[in-house]
Ligand binder design. Structure first.
Ligand code: PHE
Length: 488
C-alpha cells in the first residue's frame, strides 16, 4: 500500500514521539488522580487491578491505537472512515472517532480546572504559606481556593490559553518543544519527594497501603450511614483509570500515532511509554501516602488529596519553598503536555474538514471547552450540593464534576478502547496490522492479536456487566441458578 502522509506534519524523530506520547500519558492522572482514587478505593487491591489492566489491556490497546493512527494519518474521525473503507466495512466506524473527540473535549473541560489548581499552588508556594504549616492550615489554603469561583475561573482561563497557544503552533513548533525537558525534570523531583517520604517513620505504612492487597476493600463500598454494599465499581474505576492514564480510548494516542514516522517500532515505543507512565504514578503514591499517614489524614479524602498532603512535606523540608515551587511548576507542565493531546484530535479534524487554520481551530475548540469547564468550577463551590443523579445509588453524592469524570473515564474511554480493539483485529485485515506492527508472524504478533481479539474485549465487557448489574439480574434467573449452583 502507498504510505499516506499527514497534512499536519510529522514528529522529527522516534524520540520526539516517545516524549510527546509520554507527555500525553503522564499528567494529572498520575500525580493527582491515581493517589486519590487509590485512597478512595482501599489501596493495594485496587493498585493490583490497575497494574493488571495496564499490562493486559492498556499496552495492547496502545499498540492498536498507534497502529490505526499511523495507517490512517488523519484526525481520528477521518482515520476511522478511511480505514473502514480500506477494510471494506461500513463508514459508521467514524462515529468512534467522534466519540473520542467529544470525550477528549469533556475531559479537557475539567482537566483545565484542576490544572488551574496547580497553577494557583505555584503562587502559594512562592509566597511561603506552606512553611511549617499544619494539616489544618494546608486544608484551609485549599478550601479557600476552591470555594472562590472567580479565582478558579482565572486560573482555568490561564491554563486553557496556555493549551491553545501550544496547539496553535503545531506538531513540531509547539508540541514537541514543550515536552523535551519537562518529563525528565518531573521524574527527578518525584524521586526527591519519595526520598523525603522514605525518611519518615510512616514510609512502611504507606507502602503497605499501596502494595498489600485487601480484596474486601476493593469489592465493598460504605454508604453515608456506614453500611457496606458489594460493588464492582472500584474495578471499573481501576480499568477506566488504566485507559485515562495512558491516554487511550479517545484518539489522543491515535492522532499522535498519525504523526509517527513509518519506520518506528510501535511495540517498543508503546512499552516505553506505559512503563514510564506507571513508574510516575507509583512514585507519586509512594511520596504521598506516608505523608497522609504521618499526619493522620484521610486517604479517601478525594480530589484535594495531593494539594493537602504534599505542601506539609514541603513545609518541613530544607529548601521547601524552592522544591514546592518546582513541583507545582512541573505538575503544571505535565498537565500541559496532556491537555494539548486532549484537544489535538478535535483541532486536527477542524483543520481537515472545516478548512480552518490551526490558530482559529485552537481558539474555537479551546473557547468552547473553557465554557464547559465552568460546570466543574461551580461543582466545587456554588453547585457543590447539586446532585443531578441522586436517584442512582452510586451517584447519590456525585457533583457535576464527579459525573463528568465518571462518564468520560469510566464509560467513554473503556468503550472507545473496546471498539478500537474490535476494529483493529476483527475489521482491519491481518495483512494490514502485520504490515504496520512489523513484528513478523511470530509469538509477539500472535500474543498481541490474542490479547486484543479476545482478552481485552471480554475483560471490558465483564467489568461493564458487573457494574451495571447484568450479572445480578442473570443470577436471579432460576435455570441459570440451577446450572451454576447459585455461583453466577
Ligand atoms: N493521560 C492523561 C493523564 O494521565 C490524561 C489524558 C487522558 C490525556 C486521555 C489524553 C487523553 O493525566
Amino acid at each position: 500500500m502507498a504510505v499516506r502522509e499527514s497534512i499536519h506534519g510529522q514528529w522529527s524523530t522516534r524520540w520526539a514521539f516517545i516524549l510527546a506520547a509520554t507527555g500525553s500519558a503522564v499528567g494529572l492522572g498520575n500525580i493527582w488522580k491515581f493517589p486519590y482514587i487509590t485512597g478512595e478505593n482501599g489501596g493495594g487491591a485496587f493498585v493490583l487491578v490497575y497494574l493488571l489492566c495496564i499490562a493486559v489491556i492498556g499496552i495492547p490497546i496502545m499498540m492498536a491505537e498507534v497502529m490505526l493512527g499511523r495507517r490512517g494519518r488523519q484526525s481520528p474521525i477521518n482515520t476511522m472512515e478511511t480505514l473502514s473503507i480500506e477494510a471494506g466495512h461500513s463508514t459508521h466506524w467514524k462515529y468512534l472517532g467522534w466519540m473520542g473527540v467529544i470525550g477528549g473535549f469533556l475531559i479537557l473541560s475539567y482537566y483545565s480546572v484542576i490544572a488551574g489548581w496547580a497553577l494557583a499552588y505555584i503562587r502559594e508556594s512562592v509566597s511561603g504559606v506552606f512553611v511549617n504549616s499544619t494539616p489544618d492550615g494546608v486544608k484551609g489554603v485549599f478550601g479557600d481556593l476552591v470555594s472562590k469561583p472567580w479565582k478558579l475561573i482565572g486560573w482555568h482561563t490561564l491554563f486553557m490559553v496556555m493549551t491553545m497557544v501550544v496547539v496553535a503552533r503545531g506538531v513540531q513548533g509547539g508540541l514537541e518543544k514543550a515536552v523535551r525537558f519537562l518529563m525528565p525534570a518531573l521524574f527527578v523531583i518525584l524521586l526527591i519527594l519519595v526520598g523525603y517520604a522514605s525518611e519518615t517513620e510512616y514510609f512502611h505504612k504507606g507502602l503497605e497501603f499501596l502494595f498489600k492487597p485487601d480484596f474486601h476493600a476493593l469489592f465493598h463500598v460504605k454508604d453515608a450511614n456506614g453500611v457496606e454494599h458489594r460493588s464492582w465499581n472500584a474495578v471499573l474505576t481501576a480499568m477506566g483509570h488504566a485507559f485515562f492514564t495512558l491516554s487511550l480510548g479517545m484518539g489522543a494516542i491515535m492522532v499522535y500515532g498519525s504523526y509517527l514516522p513509518s519506520n518506528t517500532s510501535i511495540m517498543q515505543t508503546s512499552f516505553i511509554i506505559a512503563i514510564a507512565d506507571t513508574l510516575v504514578a507509583l512514585l507519586a503514591g509512594m511520596a504521598i501516602f506516608p505523608i497522609v499517614f504521618a499526619n493522620n489524614l484521610e486517604p479517601g479524602s478525594g480530589p484535594g488529596l495531593i494539594f493537602q498532603t504534599l505542601p506539609l512535606a514541603f513545609g518541613r523540608m530544607d529548601g521547601g519553598i524552592l522544591f514546592a515551587t518546582l513541583f507545582f511548576i512541573l505538575l503544571t507542565f505535565a498537565a500541559w503536555s496532556s491537555s494539548i493531546s486532549l484537544i489535538e484530535p478535535a483541532v486536527a479534524w477542524l483543520v481537515e474538514n472545516a478548512g480552518m487554520s490551526r490558530i482559529i481551530a485552537s481558539v474555537v475548540m479551546g473557547g468552547a471547552c473553557w465554557a464547559v469547564g465552568l460546570l466543574t468550577v461551580f461543582s466545587f463551590n456554588i453547585w457543590q450540593d447539586v446532585h443531578l443523579l441522586s436517584g442512582i445509588k452510586i451517584f447519590k453524592d456525585a457533583t457535576i464534576f464527579d459525573l463528568l469524570d465518571y462518564l468520560t473515564a469510566n464509560i467513554m474511554l473503556p468503550l472507545g478502547g473496546l471498539l478500537i480493539a474490535i476494529f483493529a483485529v476483527w475489521v482491519m485485515s491481518r495483512e494490514a496490522s502485520m504490515e504496520e506492527l512489523d513484528l513478523g508472524n511470530g509469538i509477539l504478533y500472535k500474543s498481541w492479536r490474542l490479547l486484543v481479539r479476545y482478552i481485552t474485549p471480554v475483560a471490558v465487557i465483564i467489568v461493564f456487566m458487573n457494574v451495571t448489574g447484568v450479572f445480578n439480574w442473570l443470577s436471579s434467573i432460576a435455570w441459570l441458578q440451577a446450572l451454576f449452583g447459585g455461583q453466577v
